[in-house]
Design a protein around this ligand. Structure first.
Ligand code: TRP
Length: 453
């Protein structure tokens, strides 16, 4: 994907590969696994509305900012921040932002890989016909016995981490590039088919109602934080992934247009997932708030019941695993790029170290679903703690700093040049959002959560 065959920094072969890779990074477990279950846990409609608002006024402007910082510097996030602070003659402390990003990426990947392992395991379960004619109870016990087994989870987590490392080692990989080219559109088609199935159930409108009719009494401070954090998570923002991808982008491509495309596709996939899942939830008297297992406890019921469901089940979980893979490579790439470019590691060694450490950390998430499920810190399991720390705290803080840097520190002439918006007014709107609206929104949500507001 990324051409790193020269000693320097790579370049995307075209605008299309960039869009593909960045969409691949954005669309993943966040859309299909996480969005439905956190929507279920946070009461539906009102949460969805806050999430959409955050994507629009915080996510999109920050995505442009992050891409721009990467492309301007043509460096990995740590070096990028060093270079850009020098260019703006600003305080050198800004490079800690790059550091936080690298660490956040590895922390996220440690649990992301475990869940992606579930998706991979479900390919096999679908293939061997485990879902055929199974009812909700059978599907639930299948899931419970699966996550109850540390050995199985470790096996699939290991497999997924290895797959990630193999791809990242290669840098540019025609196989994956080609595969994504077909699999991403295929994922779209399959999501539509699942929505079509959801339409045939009696609970279709109940599902839609849950998703789209906001009941603001269900919204707590923490759900607003979760919605905002998820806007960062789903767009891969706040930790340098998009910065690294932007740094491989050539100068003649419009950042704003590509960002609209990527954010749009990402949002559509998440909404389709929600529309497909909630009717099945209500139809089978399941609880929307059943947590991280939600899609694994609902979609197999649909696959087991519908004609052609065997094939759809197999295909769906393959695509989910591939969508996760194209995201996971962007979670590890900032660390690898830095080790290679600044520490003189070979790509192999860099992947081995960062992948190995992440794999080890992932064991914590594996055990938090079984042997350590009663072990809680701040009322959360290890998995929940990692998710909260990264998605709800580190990414918004990273995003806040990126917005402040792009809006206040970087020379406006430079940012205008990089963004090359079609109209001057477009640039002014972006500048307003990134300098005031996005940082203020993040700040206010934090104040609200700690109880000051
Ligand atoms: N956006 C991906 C998803 O929704 C996850 C992801 C990939 C990510 N790279 C990231 C999240 C960087 C935060 C930061 O599944």
């Amino acid at each position: 994907m990324i051409d790193t065959n020269t000693t320097g920094h790579g370049k995307w072969s075209s605008r299309f590969t960039y869009i593909l890779a960045a969409t691949g990074s954005a669309v993943g477990l966040g859309n299909i696994w996480k969005f439905p279950y956190i929507t279920g846990e946070n009461g539906g409609g009102a949460f969805v509305l806050v999430y959409l608002a955050c994507v629009l006024v915080i996510g999109i402007p920050i995505m442009m900012a992050e891409t721009m910082l990467g492309r301007r510097s043509q460096r990995n996030p740590i070096e990028a921040m060093e270079l850009l602070t020098k260019e703006a003659s600003a305080d050198s402390h800004w490079h800690y932002l790059g550091w936080m990003g690298v660490i956040a990426g590895l922390l996220i990947l440690s649990y992301y890989s475990v869940i992606a392992g579930w998706a991979s395991a479900y390919v096999l379960k679908a293939f061997t016909g485990s879902f055929i004619d199974a009812d909700a109870t059978a599907i639930k016990s299948l899931f419970d016995s699966f996550v109850g087994s540390p050995i199985q989870l470790i096996f699939w987590h290991t497999l997924f981490m290895l797959a990630t490392m193999v791809i990242v080692v290669r840098g540019i990989n025609n196989g994956l590039e080609k595969a994504v080219q077909y699999l991403m559109p295929a994922l779209f088609v399959l999501m539509f088919l699942l929505v079509a199935y959801a339409m045939t159930t009696d609970s279709y409108f109940k599902g839609l109602h849950f998703l789209f009719s906001p009941d603001f009494s269900k919204l707590t401070g923490n759900s607003v934080l979760t919605a905002m954090g998820h806007a960062f998570f789903t767009l891969s923002l706040g930790m340098g992934a998009i910065m690294v991808y932007g740094s491989y982008l050539s100068k003649d491509i419009s950042i704003s247009k590509t960002v609209y495309l990527i954010a749009g596709a990402d949002t559509v996939v998440a909404l389709l997932a929600g529309i497909a899942i909630f009717p099945i939830v209500f139809e089978n008297n399941l609880h929307p708030s059943s947590g991280p297992g939600l899609i694994f406890e609902t979609l197999p019921i649909a696959f087991g019941a519908m004609t052609g469901g065997w094939l759809m089940g197999v295909l769906f979980f393959i695509m989910l695993a591939v969508a996760a893979l194209t995201s996971s490579i962007s979670l590890i790439e900032p660390a690898v790029a830095w080790l290679v470019e600044n520490r003189g590691f070979t790509r192999e060694k860099a992947c081995l170290w960062s992948g190995g450490a992440t794999w080890f950390l992932g064991l914590g998430t594996v055990f938090s679903f079984n042997v350590w499920s009663d072990f809680k810190l701040f009322d959360r399991t290890l998995f929940q703690l990692l998710d909260y720390l990264t998605a709800n705290l580190m990414l918004p803080i990273g995003g806040f700093c990126i917005a402040v840097f792009a809006g206040w520190i970087m020379n406006a002439k430079h940012s205008e040049e990089e963004l090359a918006m079609q109209t001057p007014a477009g640039f002014q709107v972006w500048k307003l959002l990134v300098s005031y609206v996005a940082p203020a929104a993040v700040f206010l949500v934090f104040l609200h959560v700690i109880g000051v507001l």
